[in-house]
Design a binder for this molecule. Structure first.
Ligand code: GLP
Length: 248
């Protein structure tokens, strides 16, 4: 694992966007695994900026997102489809038909999940997977549990995730209870993983994920087994590393 420490959020966004840009330049038809939530917003803004300056080209890029709320369609402002349009897709020259997210409107869980895994296979796998991390150590919507789940699956969101994500909804009751998410196997098969985290509330999850036991109770801990992981984080998110046995 490589840790990139940023002094502020602007620097964090640039460092993470640099890693993604390098991937896009080296392989213009890269498959990028994308994430939602608050963490990647600044990274996407930075990529858009470089695209506008003529430094980045999305024409051949394919994207697959980690997850989507079950029951929300693309036109729903709280859906991750909508988020991706707003935060990235509509601002760059990505071809719409090259962008993929799980289908939240698919009632049949098996179809939704099998189709998504088949799609990832068809694309030839993910070149670079961007990840945020939940306060409880979840990645995508892989919540703490008894076992790591390999493939795309339907998950019941934990109370902590519902509470954390309620800030994007009118009220807690509006947060869907279920979501479709790539599984741990889908994430681990990505050739490269870039995890971004900022703020004190991510410090415990980051520290335990990279220095603690590998356990499904903290899903991000499985990343210790991945050969090419970069953690891009600010000082607050890395504060426990500095104090612990792991020296930066
Ligand atoms: C959500 C998403 C995750 C994201 C996490 C952290 O539940 N499904 O992919 O990484 O929350 O979000 P944030 O960046 O807003 O803290």
């Amino acid at each position: 694992m490589r840790i990139y420490q940023a002094d502020n959020i602007k620097e964090l966004n640039r460092k993470a966007a640099n890693l993604i840009s390098a991937q896009m330049i080296l392989k213009p038809d890269s498959v990028l695994g994308l994430a939602t939530g608050a963490s990647p917003i600044g990274v996407y803004k930075q990529l858009i900026d470089w695209y506008r300056k003529g430094d980045l080209d999305f024409a051949g890029i394919r994207t697959v997102n980690l997850d989507e709320y079950k029951g929300l369609g693309p036109e729903d402002p709280q859906s991750y489809h909508y988020y991706m349009q707003e935060q990235l897709f509509s601002a760059v020259n990505l071809r719409q038909e090259n962008t993929y997210l799980p289908d939240g409107t698919q009632e049949d869980e098996r179809t939704a999940c099998e189709d998504y895994d088949a799609l990832i296979r068809q694309l030839g796998g993910i070149d670079l997977q961007l990840l945020g991390i939940g306060r409880n150590g979840h990645i995508g919507f892989n919540e703490p549990g008894e076992a790591f789940i390999r493939n795309t699956h339907c998950v019941r969101l934990s109370e902590s995730t519902i509470q954390a994500n309620a800030r994007f909804f009118a009220s807690r009751e509006d947060v869907p209870e279920y979501a479709y998410t790539m599984g741990i196997g889908d994430i681990l098969q990505a050739k490269r993983v870039v995890l971004i985290a900022f703020g004190e509330e991510k410090a415990r999850a980051c520290y335990e994920a990279f220095t603690g036991p590998i356990t499904p109770q903290l899903p991000a801990s499985i990343l210790q087994l991945h050969p090419n992981v970069s953690l891009v984080a600010d000082r607050a998110a890395l504060s426990l590393f500095a104090q612990g046995e792991y020296t930066l």
